[in-house]
Design a protein around this ligand. Sequence first.
Ligand code: ASP
Length: 305
Amino acid sequence: MIHGGAGVIERAQLSVEQEQGIRADLDAALDAGHAVLSRAGSALDAVEAAVRVLEDSPRFNAGKGAVFDAEGRHELDASLMEGHSGRAGAVAGVTTIRNPVSLARAVMEHSPHVLLIGAGAEAFADSRGEIVRVPNTWFDTEHRRGEWQQAQAREREDAAAGENLKGKYFGTVGAVALDAQGRIAAATSTGGMTNKRWGRVGDSPLIGAGTWADARIGVSGTGWGEFFIRCAVAHDIAARVAYRGDSLQVAADAVIMDTVPALGGDGGAIALDADGNIAMPFNTAGMYRGWIRPDGSRGTAIFRD
Ligand code: ASP
């Protein structure tokens, strides 16, 4: 399963070409992940492969096409987790890493740490030949620059506009996968929220908030990150299944439709369990998402219907 972010996605604002492009990129990401799983590859390889496709697409807020922060730059966050081993890796506030999800994986596999930030993460990247660095402007797109300029204009008119970020985020990406050996992995990657203060870190690189995988459940979230952190969204979904015996759908719905909105936040998540059940709740107008079920049936969707 993959997502390309939740938010106020207006049907009327989305042209036919844009929608086709988004669905094509979601399909390409599904194909990349599924190709790994079909050749008996690992869930971890599958989520990394799927997220890399979405990071390289300018249509999503991760890697190329990431949102601009208040300084007009990009600061990227990513994480991934492997369920059966409980291993995890993450990076936050990186500015020159083309595929942050792969650096998160390198942190997991080649350092004793879980989360590296900023310049330290980039120095670590240089010790890994496979990690590609690019100038920060490489992530620029005119579309995101326009969104950023609008956000800045809104804040100039009304200082409080920067405080209510409900629905004002789009395009964070994530993937969860279950492989033929029953192993689960989850990954999330983002540019964060438009016009965010530099140094701001959201939920996406935080294990248990934006990303979680264990032996039974995998979750990747998208939404107003401050609330996803405060609700420990990804872990809470898994914990409800583990401790209360809730079904995946009941657990995911409770956290996304009740817990997060009760605090004033919003967003969505994709989740799967070891039996191949999937859930994709969101409390926003839309969430870009795609799935391939164990029986091979597949789909992509944006809105509720
Ligand atoms: N959760 C992300 C963040 O707060 C934003 C998003 O999901 O679009 O950084």
